[in-house]
Design a protein around this ligand. Structure first.
Ligand code: 13P
Length: 254
């Protein structure tokens, strides 16, 4: 049975407690769209408050440390996120790879720590505009993904989601063409099958991210192998975010 479309809001560094009303509105609307799995990753300070109030949506985090505890001032472990109510964590986002200098090995270690703490993982990958223009996007993304993916215990592949987010499409209003998205997602699927086997490799959802809006969501979500969307800016209001969830519910899978 195909998995439900997965629509995840990455609030990035946006949101104080004043945003809890928006989370509540998203939660209420999600109760009317049960064909779609709706989730948000608010800033860490809001994980517990959103978790306490949410009845339908799943709450996650945007990063975690690769150690369970220790002398790491300012850091938060996967165990702590799970304790606060997080069910998943986004790892390897390009804003962390670029802004915090996170390499593939660190992303992989974080993903393994997250799985060990019982969290699901959304692992991000994506190429820069320069790499896309040079014609090596497919090779680049597959290499990045292969080096960042965690070891998965047998039977646990459904705990992993991959998000393909071309860096040049994030927050720019530009999106990859359906043909380019389809080509990349097919390559990612082939890699997952090669690494995890036919059955488990097929269970990993592959999300697209980068300027997804209610207006373009239908077209993107109908591309084969697109199992949902990772949404930044348009996830900050219930209106636009649920517009995307609505489009997901109208896809052939939804
Ligand atoms: P935008 O939807 O704002 O382009 O951000 C995408 C993203 O980075 C989600 O993780």
């Amino acid at each position: 049975m195909p998995l439900r479309p997965y629509i995840v809001g990455n609030w990035k560094m946006h949101g104080t407690r004043a945003m809890l009303s928006e989370a509540r509105a998203i939660d209420r609307a999600a109760q009317r769209h049960m064909k779609v799995e709706v989730a948000i990753a608010p800033p860490s300070t809001l994980i517990h408050p959103v978790h306490r109030e949410a009845e339908q949506i799943v709450v996650g985090a945007q990063d975690c440390h690769d150690q369970e505890s220790g002398a790491h001032t300012g850091e938060i472990s996967a165990t702590m996120l799970a304790d606060a109510g997080a069910k998943f964590v986004i790892l390897g986002h390009s804003e962390r790879r670029q802004g915090q200098g996170e390499g593939d090995a660190l992303v992989q270690a974080k993903a393994e720590a997250a799985l060990a703490a019982g969290l699901r993982v959304i692992l991000c990958c994506g190429e820069s505009e320069k790499t896309r223009d040079s014609g090596s996007a497919l090779t680049y993304v597959k290499k990045q993904l292969k080096a960042s993916l965690p070891e998965i215990p047998r039977g646990a592949a459904e705990k992993l989601t991959v998000a393909y987010e071309p860096i040049w499409a994030i927050g720019t209003g530009k999106t990859a063409t359906p043909a380019d998205i389809g080509e990349m997602h097919a390559e990612i699927r082939a890699l997952l099958v090669e690494l995890f086997g036919e059955e488990e490799g097929a269970e990993v959802r592959i999300l697209y991210g980068g300027s997804v809006k209610p207006e373009n969501a239908g077209e993107i979500l109908n591309v084969p192998e697109v199992g949902g969307a990772l949404v930044g800016g348009a996830s900050l209001t219930a209106d636009s975010f649920m517009g995307i969830a609505l489009a997901a519910g109208e896809t052939e899978e939804g």
